[in-house]
Every structure is written in structure tokens, then in C-alpha cells.
Design a protein around this ligand. Structure first.
Ligand SMILES: Cc1cc2nc3c(=O)[nH]c(=O)nc-3n(C[C@H](O)[C@H](O)[C@H](O)COP(=O)(O)OP(=O)(O)OC[C@H]3O[C@@H](n4cnc5c(N)ncnc54)[C@H](O)[C@@H]3O)c2cc1C
Length: 404
């Protein structure tokens, strides 16, 4: 795979010029979003609207999912085009899969893999056009690590599934259009064979959402009380939810890969160039430069993991343990970087700077490091999956699930 170490061939160079001009035109008025590279709970309404509109425009050209077939709202382009798009967006601090708060980056590939033709035609275009926001709704109050022990029931009744149960610590501050969730479709069935995966319109009667104000921002509890969900929303077939879950979780847990860069280090360097103690700029201090070097090394390592996984995913050669390796490393690096930020800037690392987005806010990085070790499964889950994928402690080596 070529990560643009060489010059673009002519056809790709034309495409890069087109994307670059398009971005310059469409980012006009949004230049201040430079530091908002990824998800942020701090964006105001104006910023959120700007980003949704941008996603909509990108989606209209098929560029949000450039490699998806045109009939499902993609652009039917190659991986090289996808890389051009990703690298041009990064110049504005944007990430193709996170232009605005939506989980379509995971949901759309899962629907492409597991959906029926009818479902692909109905469900994919609103996602690929950037029109909807989706929450991933898996964790339940009795324990999130054991995802398969799902207690939310979805019992078939005529043309509907009747869903009853509760999920916690899900979503974010922006209301969802759909809830993408695992349910128990056969309470008497065997473990792993009793589950279904369902895409629930969030406006159905019987759904109640309550904010949970956590140390790291807003999550939610979602209550389902006899919610009638049309059966056409069950993805992957009857009692097949665990297989769908495997694809979803592999993508969520690092298997999706990415091209982007973590903007934190850029801001740290900028801070150290501007600020100093006793007439000496921080960047001139040898110990601080060493600490910054540690951040750079780890973030670059992480970038290589991300790029490698990106390649394996699109080449359809799932890396046996690459996803979970990236995820473990990413979370530990974030925790260590929180410590490093405190070493570099002392008390300043504990004071919120609301003028920047949380992704690059030093205080947010420090505060959320520990909590991020838990989000989307714990470090213990990572270690367990890693051990199974390399064959530690079991006679059989577990294969990585196939993604798209
Ligand atoms: C920031 C954040 C964002 C999140 N976002 C979402 C979201 O969008 N959607 C969603 O569905 N969920 C979300 N979650 C929930 C998250 O997926 C769960 O917190 C996680 O899976 C762990 O589940 P739990 O909190 O119930 O802990 P538990 O599963 O109860 O685990 C508690 C402790 O016991 C350990 N443990 C559990 N089982 C075992 C075992 N068998 N052997 C050894 N140790 C074990 C765990 O490692 C952990 O240390 C989010 C959580 C956070 C913190």
C-alpha cells in the first residue's frame, strides 16, 4: 500500500486538485474548526450545524464513503482515492469518518456485510449521505464486558419485534436518529445463538433517553418499554446477532484503521514555543523536549498501527490481532500522555481551556485518560481478545472476524 510517499500518478493528482479546491470552497467560514479534528462535546450549535452540512455535502458527492458502491450512496472509488480524501481533510483537522457525530463509520460497513439487498438500499444511503446520527447501544446495567449476556429482549410479534430492557453509558449529547443495538431474540436459546442485531428508529413510542453526566462528558441510559420495531430492521437474520456483533466490535476495536493524525502533539509544541519560565521558553528545556519526544514516538507508533490496520481492512486480509493491539496501545498512550502533559506544563494541564475542542484540550486529556480505559470494553477485554488471537492459553487460535 502506498501512503503517499511518492507523487500521485496523473489521474490521482487531478483528483487531489479537485478535492483540495472543493474543500477550500466548502470550508470557507469554518477555518476556526482546525482544532476540532475529531468528536467534541464542546462544539456549539453553529459548529455542529456547519459540520453536519459539510458531511451532507461530502455525502452528496459519495465522498463520505468513497469506496462504497454508488447504488448505496458511495462513490465507487479506489483505496487510493480514499487516501487522497482522508489526507486532504486532515489539512482542516477533519477526519472523514468523524466529520460530525455519527456512528455510520461502523454501522454502514456492518450493514454492507450483513444486510439484505433490501436493507442495504433502504438503510445505507441516509448514512453514506451523512444525514443521520446513530448511537451504539450495547452496554447493560448488569455488566458491559460480557456483551453476550444481553438481557434486553426483542420478541417477535407479527411484523414487529417488541423490545423491552435497558442500556447504559451509551451515546453522547446530540440526540440520535437510530439506535444500533444487540438484543436477546430467544431467551431460552443457547448463549451466542440467542441474539439479534437491530437498527431501531429512535423516535418510536416506548423509548426514553436520560442523560448521565459522567466525569468525561454526557453518556445516556436508554429505556425500551414494549417498543414495537418493524422486523425489517433486524440485521443479519434471526438469532445471528453475535456474528454481527463480532464484525461491529472488530471495527470498533481498532480493526477499522485510519489515516489521520492525533493533533495533540502539534498543540503541545505550540504551547511550549509560546510559554516559558524565568525568561526561558519551555521548548528550550531539554527535559521538556525529551518528554515531547516520548509523545511524538508513541503517537507515531500509533499512527503506524492505524495505517497497518487500514490496509488489512481494505485488502480484506484481517490482521489476527492488529485491531486490539492498536486499541490497547492507544488507550495506554493516552493515559501516559496525560502524565506527560502534567510534567510539561504543571498546573496549566489541570485548567480547562474552553477556547479549544476537547480533543486537544490538555485538561480534558488528563481527566479522561483513566475513563477511556473503560470505554468500548476494558483493558481486560483487550488483553483477553489479544491472548485468544495469538493463541495463549487455548489449543485453538481465534481468527479475526472479517470486516468491510
Ligand atoms: C467513555 C465511555 C464511553 C462509552 N460508550 C459506550 C457506548 O457508546 N455504547 C455502549 O454500549 N457502551 C459504552 N460504554 C460502556 C462500556 O462499553 C462499558 O463500560 C465496558 O464494556 C465495561 O463494562 P462495565 O462498565 O459494565 O464494567 P464490567 O463489565 O462490570 O467490568 C468491571 C470490571 O471487572 C472486570 N471484569 C469484567 N468481567 C471480567 C472477567 N470475566 N474476568 C476478569 N475481569 C473482568 C473489568 O475488566 C472491569 O475492570 C462507554 C463507557 C465509557 C467509560
Amino acid at each position: 500500500m502506498d501512503f503517499n510517499l511518492h507523487e500521485d500518478p496523473p489521474e490521482l493528482a487531478d483528483f487531489r486538485r479537485e478535492v483540495s479546491a472543493w474543500m477550500a470552497e466548502n470550508m470557507r467560514g469554518g477555518e476556526h474548526l482546525r482544532w476540532s479534528a475529531s468528536w467534541s462535546t464542546r462544539e456549539n450549535e453553529e459548529e455542529y450545524r456547519f459540520r453536519r452540512k459539510l458531511a451532507n455535502k461530502l455525502g452528496g458527492k459519495g465522498w463520505l464513503f468513497p469506496m462504497f458502491p454508488k447504488e448505496y450512496g458511495g462513490a465507487g472509488l479506489t483505496i487510493d482515492h480514499q487516501i487522497v480524501l482522508e489526507t486532504e481533510l486532515i489539512k482542516y483537522g477533519l477526519n472523514l469518518s468523524h466529520v460530525f457525530y455519527t456512528l455510520a463509520r461502523i454501522v454502514a460497513p456492518v450493514v454492507l456485510k450483513w444486510g439484505t439487498e433490501e436493507q442495504k438500499r433502504e438503510l445505507l444511503p441516509p448514512m453514506t449521505r451523512g444525514e443521520i446520527s446513530i448511537w451504539q447501544v450495547l452496554t447493560e446495567p448488569q455488566g458491559g464486558s460480557d456483551v453476550a449476556n444481553c438481557q434486553t429482549k426483542a420478541i417477535r410479534d407479527g411484523d414487529d419485534y417488541v423490545v423491552t430492557g435497558q442500556k447504559v453509558m451509551v451515546g453522547h449529547h446530540v440526540p440520535p436518529d437510530y439506535l444500533w443495538t444487540l438484543v436477546c431474540t430467544n431467551p431460552q436459546g443457547k448463549r451466542h445463538e440467542n441474539l439479534g442485531w437491530i437498527h431501531i428508529p429512535a423516535n418510536l413510542p416506548g423509548i426514553e433517553i436520560q442523560h448521565m453526566h459522567l466525569m468525561m462528558g454526557i453518556k445516556n441510559a436508554v429505556f425500551f418499554d414494549g417498543v414495537r420495531v418493524p422486523a425489517k430492521y433486524l440485521v443479519g437474520g434471526e438469532n445471528n446477532g453475535w456474528k454481527v456483533a463480532n464484525t461491529h466490535l472488530e471495527l470498533e476495536h481498532g480493526g477499522d484503521g485510519r489515516i489521520g493524525v492525533d493533533p495533540l502533539v502539534e498543540r503541545v509544541v505550540e504551547y511550549c514555543q509560546k510559554n516559558g519560565i524565568a525568561g526561558q521558553k519551555l521548548i528550550e528545556d531539554e527535559r521538556i523536549r525529551d518528554t515531547i519526544a516520548d509523545i511524538v514516538l508513541e503517537l507515531n507508533t500509533l499512527r503506524r498501527f492505524n495505517q497497518r490496520n487500514f490496509y488489512h481492512r481494505f485488502a480484506r486480509k484481517p490482521h489476527p490481532y492488529g485491531g486490539v493491539q492498536q486499541r490497547y496501545f492507544q488507550r495506554m498512550a493516552r493515559l501516559r500522555n496525560g502524565d506527560r502533559l502534567q510534567q510539561i506544563m504543571g498546573i496549566d494541564a489541570l485548567v480547562q481551556d474552553l477556547s479549544v475542542h476537547e480533543v486537544v484540550d490538555f485538561e480534558y486529556a488528563v481527566r479522561t485518560g483513566p475513563g477511556q480505559l473503560h470505554g468500548g470494553g476494558t483493558l481486560d477485554t483487550d488483553r483477553l481478545v489479544f491472548a485468544r488471537r495469538v493463541g495463549i492459553g487455548r489449543p485453538l487460535v481465534e481468527k479475526a472476524p472479517e470486516t468491510i
